[in-house]
Design a protein around this ligand. Structure first.
Ligand code: FAD
Length: 308
């Protein structure tokens, strides 16, 4: 039995915030996820989202995680959805299951080929060819709220940034109302990207995806696959800290909070945090920005919400 503490006051924060979780793959990870949800709920995010595995491999864990978030927490919950390897009829079936669970907001994605990022994407013969087609299909099923992806450093498959922005425009034309970006660390890259997006007539919020750095070496490997650059100055920030987890966590929170503060100074007021299902670094990042969690009750008489 766990407990999500319902907020008794308001979280003190002057920008919009969302958290991304992934569905747990083991009992241990399940425990960690719900502890994290319990902890981070007091930030009163505007919404949380749960990722969806390529080829529908984590449809069941995503669905059960989303169901539990909706049924047992006060958090507005979005489900990611990919169309890779699925016919339109299969996507519709999945959407129906999520809708029955109470989902009204999808993060609509094409997904990666089962052979991995960078290999050729082949749509299902009766499926959606890309995320723009998926957004259109979802909007035909119901008037869902739709968020989509955006890539400040372009998607690895895109020949250039303008093709990428064209795809974003098509997603918006079909009804997407928010884009969540791939993570990045150089805010100048984001600002230049945003200028191009606005110049293309796209007016929806482009929400920076912020990745707190749990492990720089692992992050570099992952970033390489996603086409995200890792600036050299990050090496200097983490230099000599391999054996000092405590100090590394402090630097990681400082890096993420400095990035958010700088983006706010450039007029950005909405952020999507990749939590990696762990609370401490997210807490430290938001605390470093001077934010405060909502006061919360510790017992059922004052509003603790049971999570079984
Ligand atoms: P699209 O928007 O359809 O395309 C992405 C880009 O690729 C386009 O901008 C376009 O320029 C280019 N492109 C597409 N097709 C072609 C083509 N035929 N030729 C040339 N260029 C082309 N993956 C998951 O499996 N599950 C998740 O839950 C998940 N969540 C994500 C959340 C966010 C915020 C982000 C940024 C990514 C997420 N991904 C997830 C990863 C995503 O599925 C991959 O990046 C995938 O390769 C592209 O999906 P998309 O929806 O961005 O594709």
């Amino acid at each position: 039995m766990m407990a999500v503490k319902t907020a008794q006051g308001s979280a003190e924060r002057s920008f919009k915030l969302s958290f991304e979780f992934f569905p747990p793959k083991s009992e241990d990870m399940e425990g960690q996820l719900w502890q994290t949800v319990d902890d981070l709920a007091a930030w009163q995010p505007d919404f949380v989202s749960v990722t969806y595995g390529a080829g529908g491999t984590t449809k069941a864990p995503t669905l059960s995680t989303v169901k539990r978030l909706i049924a047992e927490t006060p958090l507005a919950t979005a489900s990611h959805l990919t169309c890779v390897g699925a016919s339109r009829a299969e996507v519709a079936e999945v959407v129906e299951q999520f809708r029955a669970a109470g989902v009204r907001h999808f993060v609509a994605l094409r997904g990666d080929p089962p052979t991995g990022v960078g290999s050729l994407y082949t749509p299902h013969p009766d499926g959606y060819e890309n995320a723009a087609a998926l957004v259109k299909g979802l909007k035909e099923i119901d008037d869902f709220e739709i968020s989509v992806s955006a890539y400040p450093e372009k998607h690895p498959e895109s020949p250039d940034l303008s093709m990428d922005i064209d795809m974003l425009k098509r997603k918006v034309d079909h009804g997407a109302t928010r884009a969540l970006t791939q993570f990045f660390f150089d805010n100048d890259i984001f600002e230049r990207y945003l200028d191009k997006v606005r110049a293309a007539g796209i007016t929806i919020p482009i929400v920076p995806g912020i990745m707190p750095i749990l492990n720089l070496t692992q992050l570099k490997r992952f970033a390489g696959m996603c086409g995200a650059s890792v600036p050299i100055w990050l090496d200097a920030r983490f230099e000599g800290l391999d054996g000092d987890a405590g100090e590394r966590a402090k630097v990681a929170a400082a890096v993420a909070s400095e990035q958010i503060a700088d983006l706010r100074a450039r007029g950005i007021e909405e952020f999507h945090l990749y939590t990696m299902n762990r609370a401490p670094l997210v807490n430290a990042t938001l605390e470093a920005l001077g934010c405060r969690k909502a006061a919360s009750a510790n017992d059922t008489s004052t509003g603790t919400l049971a999570l079984v």
